[in-house]
Write a protein that binds this ligand. Structure first.
Ligand code: NAD
Ligand code: WQD
Length: 350
């Protein structure tokens, strides 16, 4: 019996593959590599010393998903695959709706067909929308403020309807806060295309000298230093949360949402200061106007995940910064460096 990981070559997916393999699970990775590199898979194998099957498959291709279910004995799916750039989703909403929603519909249809009803889904704290009330807890009313967020909200609702239609389904909706950091080995991490949208990869690229300075989006929020506060969570903690959620869905039924956050918020200036200390590098920055659509404060109430999944984040700000930095230093051009250095690198078939 195996766990299918859609989007398993991506940032959070790759770290979750490591945790699952280390916990003894057999995994199968499906990814179309639209936002990831095949070399990630060899690094997962290197870290864990374990092998697994990889399918370069697009979730929009239903026949290929069916073949994967035919060839393998799958008992649960962890569904990461999706497009995730908020700004891009405003520019090309149809691509986001089609990719994220049609992809999920195809996956659910095939799961139904093969009688597989256990799913852990990557939702996002973005489903809480513009609420200023903190901490954010699972029962708050939900809203979306951009097409990307709307795909997450719609998929949550679709999955609730799917459960109503067939009570065999067991689904965990994991609402991630702000994932940062990298595996402590420095071998896998976040490898954004082009100029990063998110704070932490932007800071590490400034620290390593790839980008001249950080633009801080506003210092007039109602926070202690005026800059935005977020609940940054180490990606390895997040990955461990998936193992717990998987155990939960495989032993129950229903649709349950869980926040995966630390419950602690840090401001942009506190993040800059922490990175300065950890890296020993100057992080030049300039305060500019607010980024449209941003909220002042967002952090989780993580108590439901602690109570029901027996999970809580273990890693603090120091590890978030030092692991992000190690990954950046060891892989200044992301996974591309290895492509040049190891031309013969390939994915070992099982
Ligand atoms: P990522 O882009 O690194 O990983 C997503 C993976 O899905 C990529 O490897 C991509 O190639 C693959 N993919 C996309 N569309 C596909 C398709 N149609 N068929 C097959 N593969 C496809 O992103 P991530 O940061 O690892 O995020 C994973 C999930 O978590 C996403 O659903 C994202 O929306 C969600 N999420 C991410 C964050 C974050 O800040 N990183 C926060 C909240 C939620
Ligand atoms: C964090 C803080 C910015 C960049 C986004 C998505 C969300 C989720 C996670 C997927 C904010 C400030 C940032 C910069 C800055 N993704 N900032 N200068 O906006 O909380 O969440 O990623 O689900 O949907 O919206 O994360 O890292 O972009 O920003 O000052 O160059 O850093 O204003 O306060 P965000 P972020």
């Amino acid at each position: 019996m195996a766990i299918l990981i859609t989007g398993g070559a991506g940032y959070i997916g790759s770290h979750t593959c490591v945790e699952l393999l280390n916990a003894g699970y057999e995994i199968i990775v499906l990814d179309n590599l639209v936002n990831s590199k095949i070399h990630t898979l060899d690094r997962i194998k290197e870290i864990t010393g374990r092998n697994f099957r990889f399918y370069k498959t697009d979730l929009l291709n239903k026949a290929e998903i069916q073949s994967i279910f035919l060839e393998n004995d799958i008992e649960a799916v962890i569904h990461f695959a999706g497009l995730k750039a908020v700004g891009e989703s405003v520019e090309i909403p149809l691509r986001y709706y089609h990719n994220n929603i049609t992809g999920t519909l195809n996956l659910c249809e095939v799961m139904n067909e093969f009688d597989v009803h256990n799913m852990v889904f990557s939702s996002s704290a973005t489903v809480y929308g513009l609420q200023e009330q903190v901490p954010l807890f699972e029962e708050l009313p939900l809203q979306a403020t951009n097409p990307y967020g709307r795909t997450k909200l719609m998929i949550e609702e679709i999955l609730r309807d799917v459960y109503v239609s067939n009570k065999n389904w067991s689904i965990a909706l994991l609402r991630y806060f702000n994932p940062v950091g990298a595996h402590p080995s420095g071998r896998i991490g976040e490898d954004p295309n082009g100029i990063p949208n998110n704070l932490v990869p932007y800071i590490t690229q400034v620290a390593v000298g790839k980008l001249p300075e950080l633009k801080v989006f506003g210092n007039d929020y109602n926070t202690h230093d005026g800059t935005g506060i977020r609940d940054y969570i180490h990606v390895v903690d997040l990955a461990a949360g998936h193992v717990k959620a998987l155990e939960k869905v495989m032993s129950s039924s229903g649709v349950i949402a869980y926040n995966l956050g630390t419950g602690t918020g840090y401001s942009v200036l506190e993040m800059i200061e922490a990175f300065k200390e950890v890296t020993g590098q100057a992080i030049p920055y300039q305060i500019i106007e607010r980024r449209p659509g941003d909220i002042g404060i967002s952090y989780a109430d993580p108590s439901k995940a602690k109570k029901e999944l027996n999970w809580e984040a273990q890693k603090g700000l120091y590890e978030m910064c030092s692991d992000s930095w190690r990954w950046q230093m060891n892989n200044p051009s992301g996974y591309d460096v290895e492509v040049k250095e190891q031309e013969n690198l390939s994915v070992t078939p099982l």
